[in-house]
Design a protein around this ligand. Structure first.
Ligand SMILES: NC(=O)C1=CN([C@@H]2O[C@H](COP(=O)(O)OP(=O)(O)OC[C@H]3O[C@@H](n4cnc5c(N)ncnc54)[C@H](OP(=O)(O)O)[C@@H]3O)[C@@H](O)[C@H]2O)C=CC1
Ligand SMILES: O=C(CO)COP(=O)(O)O
Length: 346
């Protein structure tokens, strides 16, 4: 097989992952729907809107032709925002071959159906969900393209595919671990964006480090609670896709979710905040999906609940904080059932 790999969509993360792959492979095809962006990448080796000031490797070949991008590739990496995933996966289907590896690096749900991205992709490609590989972890595109040391996890129910994905991406700047808990990794990557919005809100309101530490810790508790209820390994939430990504997203000014939350906390309306971003803020849609999932399962997600009401129901950030601080008295630790413990330690 050739040494060609493909990345679908040339946003910040797709372009950054193409740069990692370009260090390891001969040809990296980067598909975009915009001809002017393809021309910019091929002629100037830049993607100025998404990664200002960065010169991209010359073996990244941008194209708007899906067939040219995909045919003969050994792996296709989909990095669409969650809102475009079904459409992008559907366009891929015509050129998809069963021996290609499919990896996705998107952090979100399909809001209309509350489905995970692996589910959406497998439905469109007609493959098993467990064959998809999920790439996630603490990794801002802006730092990856500057070759700052970065660690991520690739997860698949099919361990051999995760190991193959690890081999495609790993190098001395980009360290890749494998994990069998595809479900947990996917849930952790999506749900941390809600807490990052909350951390931004807290900073925008002028609260301090105590509030942020509380949000991260109790946020992780509710992410793990819903994750375990859905069948994930509890230990995944203390790994790179869980704690690692939560820390990087909720404490970094690179984070679009943190930035959006911070502007909301300063009193800017949601529509104005989203207009000013120029990039995807996944946490908004994810809050809607997670709120619906928590109601459906009857699992408490108090922080998500408050952020949902701030975003969509006109609650002020301050009254959301009052509601969180005034909740019933609780014990900190929740029991993990014997059955769950045995399942993950067998
Ligand atoms: N940025 C980061 O550091 C990281 C991002 N992620 C995740 O990666 C995913 C993508 O985020 P990111 O790259 O940052 O987003 P950006 O906002 O930087 O870019 C989004 C890209 O998606 C394209 N796009 C959107 N909808 C469609 C569609 N229907 N068909 C084709 N192309 C489409 C846009 O094209 P156009 O320009 O034509 O609108 C644009 O190129 C998100 O789920 C995010 O959470 C994960 C880890 C790190
Ligand atoms: O997921 C990310 C880093 O791991 C990027 O987060 P933002 O989408 O908030 O920028």
């Amino acid at each position: 097989m050739s040494d060609k790999v493909t990345v679908l969509v040339a946003g910040s993360w797709g372009t950054a992952l193409a740069s990692v792959l370009a260090a390891n492979h001969k040809e990296v095809y980067l598909w975009t729907r915009r001809p002017e962006q393809a021309a910019e990448i091929n002629e100037h080796h830049t993607n100025e809107h998404f990664l200002p000031g960065i010169r991209l490797p010359e073996n990244i070949i941008a194209t708007t032709d899906m067939e040219q991008a995909v045919s003969g590739s050994k792996a296709v990496v989909i990095v669409s925002p969650s809102s475009g995933m079904r459409q992008v996966a559907r366009s891929l289907k015509a050129f998809w071959k069963e021996d290609m590896l499919c990896i996705h690096a998107t952090k979100g749900f399909e809001t209309e159906t509350m489905k995970r991205m692996s589910t959406v992709i497998s439905e469109e490609l007609g493959c098993k969900e467990g064959e998809i590989v999920v790439l996630s972890g603490p990794s801002h595109a802006e730092e990856v393209v500057r070759l700052c040391p970065t660690t991520v996890v690739v997860a698949s129910a099919d361990e051999a595919r995760a190991v193959t994905a690890q081999g495609l991406f790993i190098n001395n700047d980009f360290r890749v671990y494998t994990n069998r808990d595809q479900l947990g990794v996917e849930l952790a990557g999506a749900l941390k964006n809600i807490i990052a919005l909350g951390a931004g809100l807290s900073d925008g309101l002028g609260f301090g480090d105590n509030a942020k530490a509380a949000l991260l810790t109790r946020g992780l508790a509710e992410i793990a609670r819903v994750g375990v209820e859905l069948g994930a390994n509890p230990l995944t939430f203390s790994g790179l896709a869980g704690l690692g990504d939560l820390v990087v997203t909720a404490t970094s000014q690179h984070s679009r979710n943190w930035r959006a939350g911070s502007m909301l906390g300063q009193g800017k309306p949601l529509a104005e905040v989203l207009d000013s971003m120029g990039m995807v803020v996944e946490g908004i849609r994810t809050t809607e999906a997670a709120y619906a999932i928590s109601v459906r399962l009857g699992v408490q997600m108090p922080i998500t609940d408050q952020i949902y009401h701030v975003l969509f129901k006109g609650r002020t950030p301050r009254s959301a904080v009052e509601a969180l601080m005034g909740r019933d008295r609780k014990t900190e630790m929740e029991a993990i059932s014997q059955e769950t413990w045995e399942q993950w330690h067998s």
